[in-house]
Design a protein around this ligand. Structure first.
Ligand SMILES: [Cu+2]
Length: 403
């Protein structure tokens, strides 16, 4: 209906006008309100429709049966404070496996965050090196933690020693590319942009510079947690874990400096699937710790770039899971799916001493590609909750079955 210059043809304009008139007639006949109608009583199901009709940007869903059921409406009093009047604070960061500290504020702030991109060779397994591209010098990049409604000024720096341009797409950001366009920088540059953390939740951030898959596959991801206004419930320990899949020329365990293998990445044929950027990052001396009776919260992300995680902890049940890092909390979960570019919050109350084992329950990834970690729980045993072995003896059914 448009010519080459993009202008509408006269015929299209006339046709459109006729349609508008026709619609107006239909609305006048059937859609208008009866001025004499009596308003229905408040408990009439028709009244309940008014909440559903509230625009999504004006209200949270208050119907979820979850810990955050009482979430405040947006645009409340604190949201009316102009950005210029907000207190300016430095953003809290946490380096895996340590979560960033809780926000612990009941007001909005102007949070300043700086993140430096560094390309560096590190071990991906004992005796196996890889040239990682990192946020903050680690894989995953540091966990950023802000509060719903915060105004965040974000500065990305690309270290002069880098060979590649980089940027950042924060999934918590509503705006072009999640910040990717604003932060695309060459080595030796830095770029700044600002955003308001509109949606509470747990979000992945990652580099989005072409070839995007390669930048993510080289370790460029982390989590940004936007705490709901009322905060997360207090727990005894919080940890930060991110899964990622890696594609090297050599197979799993082949020693030396390993190069990235693009064809293998396209085929999703991972040589390594690991937590926190390295085989063994959470085992042995690196195991996470807890005591019997404590509540442990794990912020678990999945950088991908390709594989969905079937995240499971051997030897305990997730008492609570914030599904996909959002507002709905499920209970009594064995294994939770964490998509590439997604996250979840899992919590469990530790009942007995045990060495709990974190795995991707696509289990060859755990025992053959590195996706395994430990959380050691120490303290007093409770034989009613778990007895341990009571008895062991020979078993020969044929000896008593008359053979
Ligand atoms: Cu990058």
């Amino acid at each position: 209906m448009r010519d080459k210059s993009g202008n509408l043809h006269a015929g299209a304009i006339v046709g459109g006008a006729a349609l508008v008139v026709a619609l107006a007639v239909v609305l006048a006949l059937f859609g208008g309100r009866d001025a004499n109608a009596v308003e229905p009583p408040a408990d009439d199901p028709r009244v309940q429709l008014t909440l559903a009709e509230t625009p999504a940007h004006a209200a949270h869903d208050l119907t979820i049966n979850a810990v955050w059921a009482e979430r405040a409406l947006r645009a409340d009093e604190e949201d009316q404070v102009p950005v210029a009047d907000l207190p300016v604070i430095k953003g809290a960061l946490g380096y895996a496996p340590h979560a960033a500290p809780p926000v612990d504020r009941d007001y909005r702030a102007h949070v300043q965050v700086e993140l430096e991109v560094v390309e560096k060779v590190m071990e991906i397994a004992d005796g196996v090196e890889y040239r990682f591209w990192t946020f903050g010098g680690s894989v995953p990049g540091p966990m950023i933690r802000v509060r719903e409604g915060d105004y965040v000024t974000f500065t990305l720096q690309n270290h002069p020693s880098s060979l590649m341009p980089h940027n950042i797409d924060l999934h918590a950001v509503s705006g072009q590319g999640g910040g990717a366009e604003a932060t695309l920088i060459a080595p030796g540059q830095q770029a700044t942009f600002s955003f308001t953390a509109l949606n509470p939740g747990v979000y992945v951030y990652h580099c989005a510079t072409a070839p995007v898959g390669m930048h993510i596959a080289n370790g460029m991801y982390g989590l940004i947690v936007v705490e709901p206004k009322e905060g997360f419930p207090a727990v005894d320990r919080e940890y930060y874990v991110m899964q990622g899949d890696f594609y090297t020329k050599g197979d799993f365990g082949e020693p030396g400096l390993q190069e990235f293998d693009m064809l293998r990445a396209i085929d999703e044929d991972a040589a390594y699937v690991v937590f926190n950027g390295r085989v063994g990052s959470l085992t042995g001396d690196n195991a996470m710790q807890a005591k019997v009776g404590e509540t442990v919260r794990l912020f678990v992300g999945n950088g991908g770039p390709n594989l969905t995680s079937s995240f499971h902890v051997i030897g305990d049940v997730f008492d609570r899971v914030w599904l996909e890092g959002g507002a709905i909390v499920n209970r009594d979960i064995q294994t939770t799916l964490i998509p590439a570019g997604g996250a979840a919050v899992v919590e469990f109350d530790t009942n007995v001493p045990a060495s709990l084992t974190l795995v991707d329950h696509s289990i060859f990834r755990a025992f053959n590609k590195g996706a395994i970690g430990s959380l050691v729980v120490t303290g007093e045993a409770d034989p009613v909750v778990y007895s341990g072995r009571i008895d062991v003896r020979p078993y020969h059914p044929e000896a008593t079955a008359g053979y």
